[in-house]
Write a protein of this length. Structure first.
Length: 116
């Protein structure tokens, strides 16, 4: 019985170590893939154009606005489409106000604040 507990504890420790190392690797990979200058440009554009609805630093006041920190990082095309053309008659289109490069800067900022 003591052997089983020791084995279970070792398995649990190994699983925890694996999970932590995987999470750290994902965080490092995300940080390495982002250009800090682009993230900063995106932060400034976001503060001016997006924060009114999506909240300062993407923290919403609990209203119906989408939490951009939850936006799937593998769906850049969907993000560009939503920002350019608007979404569900609730988010206005920004394609006539923002360039594709500026939307890309905002996307970099969104990715930098991602919860995943």
């Amino acid at each position: 019985m003591v052997f089983r507990r020791g084995l279970a504890a070792a398995a649990l420790a190994a699983a925890l170590e694996f999970a932590l190392s995987t999470a750290a690797a994902r965080a490092a990979e995300k940080a390495a893939a982002l250009d800090p200058a682009q993230v900063e440009r995106g932060r400034r554009i976001y503060a001016e154009r997006c924060s009114h609805c999506h909240g300062l630093n993407m923290v919403t006041a609990g209203n119906a606005t989408y939490d951009l920190r939850e936006f799937p990082q593998d769906q850049a095309e969907r993000f560009f489409e939503s920002v350019t053309n608007g979404k569900n008659n609730r988010m206005p289109p920004w394609g006539d106000v923002l360039s594709q490069d500026e939307i890309g800067d905002i996307w970099a900022y969104v990715r930098s604040r991602s919860k995943s």
